[in-house]
Design a binder for this molecule. Structure first.
Ligand code: HEC
Ligand code: HEC
Ligand code: HEC
Length: 212
């Protein structure tokens, strides 16, 4: 081993130990923040509300029987694998924030209850939209090639989108429920104060549709 690589190894270990200590400290701090809850506590249930709103959005089920999963929209250049908790965290801590350990602790604390999630969500959504804007909605365009849009029943739609083929376009500005539709989750939380159950998402959505 050259002496410079010995030094890099040394620093890698030092950095690893420091990160380990900080992570442990943050974890302990977070557990205190969420009171008697365990490490995951309410925080991991945030996934229930996110999944619930995805199931009520435009891509979990479609007229053609296709379902776009979390990673289809949230991860770049990945084969489709389910979004694991660490992907979920790095998604919330996108970009510059990925390195921010305090951001990690802060997010754990800020979305530990349904009410906090509702309150914090505009900020969380904004981060995701900023990431998507930054890559010009690469994931959406990967499945929806605007140059190949064809719907004889609505010819104006393809024509209109053709204007964005080579230009930036914020898909979500017009397609607000493309990924998630929060209406049902928000109503559930408002009424019951608890996290909605993803297993009920379609039952609830269908009940609402049938009433109309
Ligand atoms: C069709 C694309 C698409 C799919 C599929 C999708 N999302 Fe999203 N997601 C978005 C978009 C667009 C936003 C930003 C706008 C919004 O909040 O709806 C977003 C926002 C988010 C946010 C931040 C706001 C919040 O709800 O807390 C999280 C977390 C998230 N998604 C996780 C997931 C998970 C987990 C899944 C799978 C169960 C998933 N997404 C599936 C497109 C998608
Ligand atoms: C993995 C592929 C995939 C990804 C990623 C994806 N979509 Fe889709 N999308 C589809 C399919 C398939 C359909 C259903 C087509 C049909 O029913 O004819 C669809 C349907 C739609 C529709 C029509 C929904 C309706 O109910 O009329 C819109 C709008 C849309 N997508 C926008 C988006 C946006 C915006 C994004 C990015 C946030 C996105 N899609 C990401 C595959 C995808
Ligand atoms: C300025 C608003 C606007 C923007 C930006 C926009 N769309 Fe649309 N999109 C529409 C409208 C309006 C429709 C027609 C909706 C309908 O007929 O119900 C539509 C329809 C669609 C459909 C369904 C087509 C069909 O025939 O059913 C897809 C898929 C879609 N858009 C994808 C995208 C993607 C991907 C982007 C970003 C690259 C995007 N849109 C950007 C307004 C927009």
């Amino acid at each position: 081993m050259s002496s410079s690589s010995k030094w890099s190894a040394f620093w890698l270990i030092v950095i690893g130990v420091v990160i380990g200590i900080i992570l442990t400290a943050t974890t302990v701090g977070t557990v205190q923040v969420v009171g008697s809850e365990t490490f995951c506590g309410g925080f991991c249930h945030t996934m229930d509300a996110v999944t619930y709103s995805w199931k009520q959005g435009q891509h979990a089920r479609t007229p053609v029987g296709f379902s776009a999963g979390c990673s289809d929209c949230h991860l770049l250049n990945e084969t489709n694998h389910p979004l694991k908790p660490h992907d979920y965290l790095s998604l919330l801590l996108h970009k510059g924030q990925a390195a921010s350990i305090s951001g990690f602790g802060q997010i754990m604390g800020t979305i530990s209850t349904p009410q906090k999630w509702v309150k914090e969500r505009p900020e969380l959504s904004k981060r995701v939209i900023e990431w998507m804007t930054g890559n010009n909605f690469h994931n959406c365009r990967g499945c929806h090639n605007l140059a190949d849009m064809y719907n004889p029943k609505k010819p104006m739609v393809a024509k209109m989108h053709a204007a964005f083929i080579d230009k930036p376009a914020n898909c979500v500005m017009c397609h607000k429920n493309a990924g998630h539709n929060y209406k049902g989750a928000d109503e559930w939380i408002e009424k019951n104060g608890t996290w909605p159950n993803p297993a009920d998402a379609w039952v609830q959505a269908d009940a609402t549709t049938e009433k109309k």
